[in-house]
Design a binder for this molecule. Sequence first.
Ligand SMILES: NC(=O)c1ccc[n+]([C@@H]2O[C@H](COP(=O)([O-])OP(=O)(O)OC[C@H]3O[C@@H](n4cnc5c(N)ncnc54)[C@H](O)[C@@H]3O)[C@@H](O)[C@H]2O)c1
Length: 328
Amino acid sequence: MKRILITGAAGFLGSHLCDRFIAEGHHVIGMDNLITGDLKNLEHLMQLERFDFYHHDVTKFVHVPGKLDYILHFASPASPIDYLKIPIQTLKVGALGTHNLLGLAKEKNARFMIASTSEIYGDPLVHPQTEEYYGNVNTIGPRGVYDEAKRFQESITMAYHRFHGLDTRIVRIFNTYGPRMRLNDGRVIPAFMGQALRGEDLTVFGDGSQTRSFCYVDDEIEGIYRLLMSDYTLPMNIGNPNEITIKDFAEEIVKLTGTDQKIIYKPLPKDDPLQRQPDITKAKEILGWEPKVGREEGMRKTFEYFKTLSKHELQKTEHRDFSDRNKK
Ligand SMILES: NC(=O)c1ccc[n+]([C@@H]2O[C@H](COP(=O)([O-])OP(=O)(O)OC[C@H]3O[C@@H](n4cnc5c(N)ncnc54)[C@H](O)[C@@H]3O)[C@@H](O)[C@H]2O)c1
C-alpha cells in the first residue's frame, strides 16, 4: 500500500484522483484550503481509514508526518472566473505552493507530479499543440496570473528534477469535464448546462467559431494515473483531441438537454484562446492511452450530475465570496 498526498483534493480533479487511488487500495491524504473546492466532493471518503483530510493552505509550510510515496500537486484555482478574482492566490499556489511541496517530496523521497495545463500554450500559433511548442502567452494579460504560475511550476519542477534528481512528472491537462465540476465556475460546459437547466438562453462569446476539445474526467484520470506510473519525466499532454466549435457545441447542448433555448452572442473576452487541441501522440505511444468516452456519453453523465443539484444551487450565480482573501 502506497501513501499519497493529493493537494486540491476537494476540487473537481483532486477528488476524482482521491477516488482512483483509494480504489487501487492505497492510503490517501487529501489537502485543501477549500478556496474553490468543496468538502461535499470528499464526503464519501471521510469515514475510510485509508483516507485523511488536512485543511491546509499549501502556500504555507507543509508538514505531513510519516512516509509519502507520491505527491500530486493539483491545488490551484483553475477556472478564469476564479483566477481573475484571486490573482495573487493563483500566483502563490503555483509558485510558493509548488516550492513547498517540492521540498516535501525531496524530504520524503517521493515521486512528485504537478497539474500543468494547456494554458501554458497561451493563444497558440501552432495547431494542434505538441509538447515541444513553447506557447504564446501574454505575461501581463488577465490570464497571465494563471498561465505564468503554471509555467513557473513546470520550470521549478524540472529544476528539482535536474538539480536534486527528484523523480517528477508534469501532466499538461486540457479542458476536462464531468460530475463535480462547479456549476458557476465560468467554464463553458457548466455555464451552458446551468443556463439550460434554468431555462435561460445559452451565451456564446465571440462568433462561436473558436474551438475547444473536451476530455471526460474518467479518461483524464486514467491518463494522469498512467503517466504517474510511467518513467516519463518530460511534460505530457493528456486531453481529448476531438475538436468542436463553441457554436456547434452549444447546439449539441440544446439537443442533449431537450430544451429549445436560443443561442445568444456576446463579445469575446480578452486573451480567450481561439483554438485548443492537444497532440496526444506521446500519450498514445508512451502510455498506450487515448480517450475512450465519447462526447455524447460524457455530456449525458455530466448533465445527469447537474440535474441532481438543488434549485438553490442552480440559481447561485456566484460561488463564493473571495473579498477577504484576494489581497493577500
Ligand atoms: N479541470 C480542468 O479542465 C483543468 C485543465 C487544466 C489544468 N487543470 C489543473 O488541475 C488542477 C485541479 O483543477 P480543478 O479543475 O479540479 O479545479 P478546482 O478548483 O475544482 O480544484 C482546485 C482545488 O485546489 C484547492 N486550492 C486552491 N488553492 C489552494 C491552496 N493554496 N492550498 C490548498 N488548496 C488549494 C481549491 O480549494 C480546490 O479544491 C489545477 O491545478 C488546475 O490548474 C485543470
